[in-house]
Design a protein around this ligand. Structure first.
Ligand code: ZN
Length: 228
């Protein structure tokens, strides 16, 4: 096991994007996507803010001109109670506001390991070489990658990383569990583009990986990425 060997110089191939990542181009509406997450994956969903066209530019519905995640953050403070795993409730929510972003709470059906995109691609390539079944992974327009893992995984990350010989603080690896959320495809973030699947949810990855299963390639990739 040389997974964590410092100074490995092999050139990691960037895996091609799996599946058609351009949900919006294929016409999957936010409503359809939100309903399918609840119906097919049993993920909780809740509608966030949306983008509004104001004088030729797109502005977040929160009204803050300096909004950091335009059209892609919670619209109300009680979102944890609003989040629903019911497909019909999701349909009602997005029927009311069809342009609302799709936000998924973490710490329920899944936790998320949030890493820089460059590290994410490296980790994916490594996982493929290791023969791991890849769980769902999203790419965000601000160049992060979100690896979905079994709930409870976020709380274990610091320990796992330390056991692998890395200093958790030295890695740009954010573990999102209870109380946090991620935006799901095909949510658009300002003018920056849409959240996409780097690795789609499929029948074969219905059972999400445990954090333990992917932490080694993910931490390795973050460590390598951070040294550039
Ligand atoms: Zn906003």
């Amino acid at each position: 096991m040389d997974e964590m060997t410092i100074g490995v110089t092999s050139t990691a191939q960037i895996p091609k994007q799996r599946g058609a990542a351009h949900d919006t181009a294929r016409g999957t509406s936010l409503l359809e996507a939100a309903v399918s997450y609840a119906e097919e994956r049993h993920w909780d969903v809740f509608p966030g803010t949306w983008l509004e066209a104001v004088k030729g530019t797109q502005r977040c519905s929160c009204g803050d001109p300096a909004c950091e995640a335009p059209g892609a953050h919670p619209a109300r403070e009680d979102w944890p109670t609003q989040a629903t795993g019911s497909a019909s409730a999701a349909r009602r929510l997005w029927s009311k506001q069809p342009t609302a972003s799709i936000l998924l709470p973490t710490g329920r059906s899944f936790d998320v390991l949030d890493v820089p995109e460059t590290a994410g691609f490296l980790a994916l390539a490594r996982m493929e070489r290791m023969g791991l079944t890849l769980g769902p992974v999203t790419r965000t327009p601000d160049r992060r990658m979100h690896f979905l893992v079994q709930p409870g995984g976020a709380a274990k990350v610091t320990d796992l990383v330390r056991k692998l010989g890395w200093s958790p603080l030295a890695l740009d690896l954010v573990a999102r569990g209870e109380g946090s959320y991620v935006a799901a495809p095909p949510t658009r973030v300002g003018g920056r583009g849409a959240v996409q699947w780097a690795c789609r949810p499929t029948v074969s990855n219905r059972w999400l990986p445990e954090a333990e299963e992917i932490i080694s390639p993910v931490a390795y990739a973050c460590g390598r990425d951070g040294r550039r």
